[in-house]
Write a protein that binds this ligand. Sequence first.
Ligand SMILES: NC(=O)c1ccc[n+]([C@@H]2O[C@H](COP(=O)([O-])OP(=O)(O)OC[C@H]3O[C@@H](n4cnc5c(N)ncnc54)[C@H](O)[C@@H]3O)[C@@H](O)[C@H]2O)c1
Length: 285
Amino acid sequence: MQDLKDKVAVVTGGASGIGRGICRALAEDGARVVVADIEVGRAEDVAKELQESGAEAIAAACDVTDPASIAAVVDKAYDTFGKVNILCNNAGVHVSGRARHMTEGDWDWLMNVNLKSIFTAVRTFLPRMLESGEPMHIQNTASEHGVGLPDLGRAVGYTASKHAVVGFSEVLRAENAKYNLEVSVLCPGLVRTDIYDSARNRDEASYGEGQRIAKEVGEPAMADGMHPDTAGRIAVDGIRDNDPFILTHPYIREFVDRRYQQVSAALDKADARNLTVEQSGRHYR
Ligand SMILES: NC(=O)c1ccc[n+]([C@@H]2O[C@H](COP(=O)([O-])OP(=O)(O)OC[C@H]3O[C@@H](n4cnc5c(N)ncnc54)[C@H](O)[C@@H]3O)[C@@H](O)[C@H]2O)c1
């Protein structure tokens, strides 16, 4: 979607960090922006800032884990602007640590905010977007953790959720290509945001050790992170170029290469077995 002028964009998690950077870049390029977030006060601040810069923007209260709340954002966007062209499913949370550090509450929270919310938002937004005949783009925020295995913070639940976001996005793009729906998956490396303080939006009772590790290990590393406005600009340039994958940092290559070397070695081993069709079954494409 090369021209963003007067397009309408909804950004979840738009009140902070990468989401706020995406909102700023969208507004800079002429889009009208719905800043949707569970932190309503901060979302209003971002909407106000965009308005003051000359853009059209509103805030919308949104808990992405609540289907009714997502439906209310759809209504608000259509009531205010009459259409939605771009949906950025960016809201996300982080828990660090190994499997043994995590509670069931950690796991459910990660999967609900990072993954299931995207499924719900797509099911809720897409029918109306498809009806409109307008240009459409859905961008889902995954992570470097969705394409490789970064050294920082062995975050087993977070990584699982972000791998799933990558897979979901790839299939969504393939299955909707004939409807001209563009889909991208944003895989940022380290960006200087409030992600390691995700617990601020969480019921304290279900914390596991991983939440503490996120704060202890993650927060000090943040000083070296990319500026969130740079990440937001890269994300929006990826929308304009209809890129399937948007990776923010060159260093991610090392993690991706390391992973695919292992996959490639496994395929070499599969070749070497020289199985007959009877033994292996027929492959499909
Ligand atoms: N910061 C990084 O280094 C990094 C790297 C890779 C991927 N990401 C991903 O980027 C996305 C944005 O995170 P960030 O780093 O900007 O963190 P952040 O904490 O600064 O921003 C996350 C936003 O999501 C909102 N949010 C949390 N739970 C919500 C819910 N239930 N409903 C609605 N909004 C909710 C928060 O209020 C916040 O505004 C996340 O999906 C995260 O996993 C971040």
